[in-house]
Design a protein around this ligand. Structure first.
Ligand SMILES: Nc1ncnc2c1ncn2[C@@H]1O[C@H](COP(=O)(O)OP(=O)(O)OP(=O)(O)O)[C@@H](O)[C@H]1O
Ligand SMILES: [Mg+2]
Length: 455
């Protein structure tokens, strides 16, 4: 029997190893570092006192060794054969005159299984790799969403976001540009029960109205114009959160579609007829004045009522200037962590106070940009006033003068001149030459004015 099997299998290109007992097979398979074979053909009955084929299968299973196995049986042992199949054998063969033909079929079956097992193993490995990558990206995303700031209005907004995190209702976030709307939306998502689901962002203002529908709802393949199937963001966000950013500018028609999905979690794909149901938490944000938009009939009131189940209002940065130093330091470290070759640096007191005098029309996002470009530009060991961009160094909200309106004209001009000189000297840490330079004055002229005003 062994000789016959070896011949048939060798002809099919297998490398064959023959053994004469179950014990021998188990010893070979149990060797340290032994690669399990692609296929094992195993006799059911090795004679009295010897391990049976079923014993071998049971032992392999207990050692978690996976070997596709074909069982050889004698006449009338169908029951054991069935049991062998239950224990994971691929097939069984009767030792009769058809053995050779049946063996061929059986091997084909086993080969298919081997392929499936190989694919399964690959998928398992790929899965592990993907998990790791996912964890890494998640880690990075979360550090991107780290929150800084102790201003009471800001802290209240953050706490509100956390409290709403697990409430399965829409949230509306309003605030000027760059105030941290996306950051707060991410907080709502990552601190809630959906944190392991996707957090999908759609910037409604960045996508043309005509494409928005396809982007959000997806599209069925269309044989006519060759349009491919596309999964929409609502489906991608299933069991997670969809963040609709800049909702202020959607057309009224589109708003009614959004209304339906917010209300009933139902929609159809573009070109599709099937109604799709999803489980998506919607968070919307805008820097537009939605009340004005509703008054002007540009925003649907019913949509507003749906979205604004709870509204989180973010304060502008100019109203929480005490947070500026901490934010600036945070952005320095974040940038250094993100960009290879950039080292974090301290920001000196003067520079911090200049940052606090600026009005920040672009809010936190503008602060972040300024800090990053300053860090790139600065060459010294710390960031100083001189490193800051000119538009920040020039105060935009400082009154031109604060003199007594009853004083004569000449006196008030003198006051302004004195203030400018003092300010320039402070910014250059007392260095006359660079103060004069900053004011585009010849050094001699600067000194003359300084003496005149006693600065
Ligand atoms: N309190 C904060 N702590 C840490 N980082 C912050 C804070 N507020 C904002 N940021 C960061 O500032 C940047 C701008 O924030 P975000 O994108 O959330 O604002 P936005 O209101 O969505 O802005 P836009 O109106 O421009 O879309 C982001 O990189 C964000 O991580
Ligand atoms: Mg945003």
């Amino acid at each position: 029997m062994l000789d016959l099997l070896r011949d048939v299998l060798t002809q099919r290109g297998f490398v064959v190893e023959c053994m004469t007992s179950g014990e021998e097979a188990l010893a070979a398979l149990g060797k340290k570092g032994a690669e399990p074979p692609n296929l094992m053909i195993l006799d059911l009955d090795f004679g009295p006192g010897k391990a049976t084929g079923l014993d071998v299968l049971a032992t392999l299973a207990s050692r978690q060794i996976e070997v596709p196995t074909i069982l050889l049986t004698g006449k009338g042992t169908v029951e054991s054969a069935v049991q062998a199949l239950k224990m994971g054998a691929v097939d069984f063969l009767e030792k009769d005159s058809f053995l050779e033909e049946n063996l061929t079929l059986s091997i084909e079956k086993a080969e298919r299984l081997v392929n499936a097992l190989t694919v399964q193993r690959m998928l398992r490995e790929e899965n592990i790799a993907l998990r790791r990558e996912h964890d890494y990206i998640r880690e990075r995303t979360l550090s991107r969403y780290e929150i800084v700031g102790e201003d009471p209005a800001w802290v209240a907004a953050v706490n509100q976001a956390r409290a709403l995190a697990s409430v399965p209702r829409p949230v509306l976030i309003v605030g000027e540009r760059g105030t941290g709307k996306e950051l707060i939306a991410a907080t709502v998502h990552y601190e809630g029960e959906r944190r392991n689901g996707p957090f999908v962002v759609v910037n409604c203002a960045a996508i043309a109205e005509g494409l928005l529908e396809c982007e959000l709802f997806g599209q069925e393949a269309n044989a006519f114009d060759g349009a491919p199937f596309k999964l929409g963001r609502f489906e991608i966000a299933n069991h997670g959160t969809l963040f609709l950013d800049e909702i202020g500018n959607m057309s009224l028609e589109f708003q009614s579609k959004i209304l339906r999905i917010v209300e009933y979690q139902q929609f159809e794909r573009v070109q599709g007829t099937e109604t799709i149901e999803v489980d998506v938490r919607v968070i919307a944000a805008t820097n537009a004045d939605l009340h004005a938009a509703m008054e002007a009939k540009r925003f649907r009131e019913d949509l507003y009522d749906r979205l604004a189940f709870q509204t989180i209002k973010l304060p502008p940065l100019r109203d929480r200037k005490a947070d500026i130093p901490a934010l600036a330091v945070h952005f320095v470290h974040r940038f250094a962590a993100e960009v290879p070759g950039v080292e974090p640096k301290a920001i000196d007191e003067d520079a911090l106070s200049v940052l606090q005098t600026h009005d920040w029309p672009g809010n936190t996002r503008e602060l972040k940009r300024v800090i990053e470009s300053t860090l790139c530009r600065s060459t010294g060991p710390t960031i100083t006033c001189a490193d800051l961009p000119a538009e920040i160094r020039t105060p935009n909200a400082r009154p031109v003068w604060t003199g007594d309106p009853c004083k004569p004209f000449a006196d008030r001009i003198a006051e302004v001149e004195r203030a400018i000189l003092a300010d320039a000297l402070a910014r250059s840490s007392g260095d006359e030459r660079s103060a004069a330079q900053a004011l585009s004055l010849p050094l001699a002229e600067f000194r003359k004015l300084r003496r005149k005003h006693g600065v």
